[in-house]
Design a binder for this molecule. Structure first.
Ligand SMILES: [Fe+2]
Length: 338
């Protein structure tokens, strides 16, 4: 397997200078993401606004930042740093596992052992909070215990993935909108990222109940049928997986004390398959996730509403219209869980 050079732009030199002037250091990861050192995340004060802005801009361009820490962060520190980004407040919609420290409602505690956290979450490519009109702007992944034998998170840059699509798919996908199987919230399959300005693809492979096509050259809409939706999901899965070989996706492994923040509109993610292997095989894995309120609605085009009744009758005639659960099953063998 050959690994091609990153297809992402290099770090912006003026933003690097802003970060270095503060005494910190940012280094690109190959081929996506960037590593940040020299910022004390446990400090109440935090960096000046221009440093946070520079970090947030780089997060949009590179997809995610990993903060390397000398010691384990406290829950409150992790949540405070989460609020540096995007909508600047936490938006927590998940269940709280009994092992969560202090029962903190803003921590989504994940593990490969159900006594320690919620198991099995997120095996397919997705973005967090796609059941919200505004999704989440950012999410934090704080590794509490990295498993000895690995099991991290895959990240794929959705702007670079759009660029890698064949031209006919760019045109077709730009006329599509997905409907969330749980909430009926509608999102465009292609959107312009609010910070980077890059055209980016977006689809939840474990929570999509329908995909609406705006008809070319005429008014009106139709639903994709089962064969078409299956093909779309497979192509979406393939184009993100292709980033692992083509310079826009990474199989990221956490080091002790790592704290990762992602721009949730710039990168899709999924748990590495090893992340869900039993403790006896991989070692114990525990992670805390935080989620940050979206800044603006990820609104569909073509006059479509922000939300439809996915549990009612289809307003677009025949085709897949599947409310509830994990939505449309595009691969009988694929594990799906949210
Ligand atoms: Fe996720």
């Amino acid at each position: 397997m050959t690994t091609h050079a990153s297809t992402l732009p290099p770090l912006d030199t003026s933003r690097v200078a802003t970060i270095e002037k503060f005494g910190a250091k940012i280094t690109p990861l190959d081929p996506v993401g960037a590593e940040v050192e020299g910022i004390d995340l446990s400090s109440e004060e935090g960096p000046p606004v221009e440093v946070v802005e520079a970090l947030e801009r780089e997060m949009a361009e590179r997809g995610f930042l990993v903060f390397r820490n000398d010691q384990q962060l406290e829950v409150d520190d992790f949540l405070r740093v989460s609020r540096w980004w995007g909508g600047k407040e936490l938006h927590s919609t998940h269940g709280v596992h009994p092992a969560t420290p202090g029962g903190n409602p803003h921590i989504f505690r994940l593990s490969n052992d159900s006594r320690h956290g919620i198991p099995g979450v997120g095996p397919q490519w997705h973005n967090d909070g796609s059941f919200n009109t505004s999704t989440f702007s950012h999410a934090g992944y704080h590794i509490i215990r990295p498993p000895e034998k690995g099991g991290g998170t895959y990240f794929a840059h959705q702007g670079a993935a759009y660029d890698a699509l064949p031209e006919d798919r760019k045109e077709f996908w730009s006329r599509l909108s997905s409907v969330n199987s749980g909430s009926g919230v509608v999102h465009p399959l292609v959107h312009v990222h609010p910070v980077s300005g890059r055209r980016s693809i977006w689809l939840h492979l474990g929570m999509t109940g329908a995909v609406i096509e705006k008809l070319p050259n005429e008014a009106g809409f139709r639903l994709l049928n089962a064969d078409e939706l299956r093909q779309l999901c497979r192509e979406y899965n393939d184009i993100l997986n292709a980033g692992l070989d083509n310079g826009y996706a990474i199989a990221f492994e956490y080091q002790e004390n790592d704290c990762v923040f992602i721009d949730n509109l710039a990168v899709a993610h999924r748990a590495a398959p090893e992340a869900h292997l039993p403790v006896e095989e991989q070692g114990l894995r525990i992670m805390h996730r935080s989620t940050v309120r979206g800044v603006q609605d990820l609104a569909p085009g073509f006059g479509l509403p922000l939300q439809l009744n996915i549990r009612g009758a289809s307003p677009f005639g025949d085709g897949v219209w599947h409310g509830g659960g994990v939505g449309f099953r595009w691969d009988d063998r694929a594990r799906m869980q949210n």
